[in-house]
Ligand binder design. Sequence first.
Ligand code: PAF
Length: 283
Amino acid sequence: MQIISDIQQMQSLTGDFKRAGKRIAFVPTMGFLHQGHASLLREGRTRGDVLVLSIFINPIQFGQNEDLDRYPRDMERDCRIAAECGVDIVFTPDAAGMYPPGFQTGVTVRDISLPLCGASRPGHFDGVATVVTKLFNIVQPDLALFGRKDYQQLAVIRRMVQDLSMPVEIVGMPIVREADGLAMSSRNAYLSAEQRTSALCLHRSILKVRALFSSGERSTAALKQAALEIIGQEPSVLIEYVEFRDGATLAEQETADHATLLALAVRTGQTRLIDNTVLGEEL
Ligand code: PAF
């Protein structure tokens, strides 16, 4: 496994792979890898001849009062997990290389970036779309894998790739959960034991909504009420949003169907957690 920080070196390797007809699978991350990332890497390993993992904590997708400075980091552990998953190249650019002085270009995916996390984190998806575009230009992957826990991020990237005719297949992978149902996230590392227990209300509310949907409830107002009641039982958990949206367009829905997305965002202490489910799909 090679570790490369230099953008030009990565680009020149990418050129070699392309000329040799290799299929490049790519997993972009911000590091502090967990089993969710490992599932992307393992899938990437089966689909590509070359597997590239990027680790880059992208400053431009963080708001001013967000957790950029304290975002968890552990490069040694990340490299161990990467090696176990069969990664060929770990690409670790630095911020000065990615955003050199004078940098002034950005990618905006308009409407689909606005609701949900886009409303509470203005500019976040511009930062994501811009860095993913840069990473795609450097790594030139044939396919790139993203977790469905960041459902809106995946939708934004799919839209961008389609709109800008980027020659990359986007693969969305299922959410990986801890045994007790908590969706895996690098930010779970911030949680105290009590906060972690309270955070389980996200999964409980998802199970409740799915059960109601299975028994025939289609009113998103009623489904939302059920979710709010469960989360409301945890006084330390503040709700940012509980929304029902069309799984493809993210348009609001009054009547749920099998493609309806339930998207949730909460805060406990300083930590922001998100989760989601598509009502007609497996959990
Ligand atoms: O999902 C993430 O880890 C990041 O948003 C991504 C896609 C690597 C862009 O910085």
